[in-house]
Ligand binder design. Structure first.
Ligand SMILES: Cc1ncc(COP(=O)(O)O)c(C=O)c1O
Length: 305
């Protein structure tokens, strides 16, 4: 499913207006279409899952998107494959809430996600991480601005530059031919890019780093942030909202949104164990595999950034 989260704990170089002061009635019970959502209520019950359940249980005809009318007109090739239940729950955000101006269960769910991730604010994305990366770049750079980024960035970073008219300043990551993988980005590489731009009389508006990389290599983000954005300026929240609105569907599927909420609830319930167990199993597998002649693992000391 192409859903993802965008957490606001990003930083940028310029003083785009601080984003903290504009929070809506957080903490207050919210009533939307006869559904009251309060913090105490939602902590046990994922707000979007509850709202989806309530809506799917209504015996009503739909005159809105999607056109399969709660599964009644769903294509049989698909109902034979996945049944009718997914269609019954495949509702757009309306009449439940609005992704672009959430006041009900979407706001409640996003608030809980932000709390879990320790972010000031979290936005649910129905366009995947691609849409979050595009919005982040568009919200920090204006047409003609410069973005510092690794040459091997995800394709979403390149499409974001096309969409926003941003000019790249590439960093070429070191390549480890022994392991046949690209390394992360070091603070000194970022510093070099900043200095090179400086000699040309240019200044980057943002730095984009993927950390960890696909192969698990982490960059020293704290030091990179300190170098690039010593004032600790935070991205303008309204600009992020506008960019996401430009990029996302006005009829996001509630199934996608509810999947984010359900995943957040799953993690919250077992915060201590949900990641520890797989790591434990992975470490056990690693110690067994390591005994096989000819196989070696890379570990943190292999890649000192
Ligand atoms: C670093 C990075 N950026 C962007 C994306 C794009 O995510 P999505 O496919 O959800 O749009 C991915 C997905 O693998 C990714 O790993």
């Amino acid at each position: 499913m192409a859903s993802a989260l965008l957490n606001l704990n990003l930083r940028c170089s310029r003083t785009l207006r601080a984003c903290i002061s504009e929070e809506r009635s957080h903490g207050m019970p919210t009533v939307k279409n006869n559904m009251a959502i309060s913090d105490s209520q939602v902590s046990d019950n994922p707000p979007l899952v509850s709202a989806l359940k309530a809506s799917a249980n209504q015996k009503v005809s739909s005159f809105h998107f999607p056109g399969h009318n709660r599964g009644r007109a769903a294509p049989s090739s698909l109902t034979r494959l996945i049944g009718v239940q997914p269609f019954l729950h495949d509702l757009p955000e309306l009449p439940l809430d609005s992704l672009f101006a959430p006041e009900g269960p979407i706001l409640g769910a996003q608030k809980q996600a932000a709390k879990l991730f320790g972010a000031k604010e979290t936005w649910f994305l129905v366009g995947g991480t691609t849409c979050g990366i595009q919005a982040s770049i568009m919200a920090t750079c204006s047409p003609g601005d410069t973005l510092i980024l690794p040459r091997n960035s995800h394709i979403s970073a390149f499409s974001a530059m096309v969409l926003s008219g941003v000019v790249p300043k590439y960093i070429i990551p070191e390549y480890d031919f022994d392991w046949d993988i690209a390394c992360g980005i070091t603070p000194s590489q970022v510093e070099k890019a900043i200095n090179e731009l400086d000699t040309e009389g240019r200044k980057a508006s943002a730095v984009l780093i993927t950390s960890p990389t696909y192969h698990g290599i982490c960059s020293d983000l704290e030091e990179i942030c300190r170098l690039f954005n010593p004032q600790g300026n935070i991205i303008n929240r309204e600009r992020i909202c506008q960019c996401l609105q430009t990029l996302q569907s006005t009829s996001p599927s509630y199934l996608l949104l509810a999947s984010l909420d359900a995943a957040r609830a799953q993690i919250s319930k077992k915060l201590e164990t949900i990641f520890n167990k797989p790591v434990e199993i992975a470490m056990e597998a690693k110690s067994l595999i390591e005994k096989i002649p000819g196989i070696r693992f890379f570990n943190s000391s292999t890649f000192e950034l």
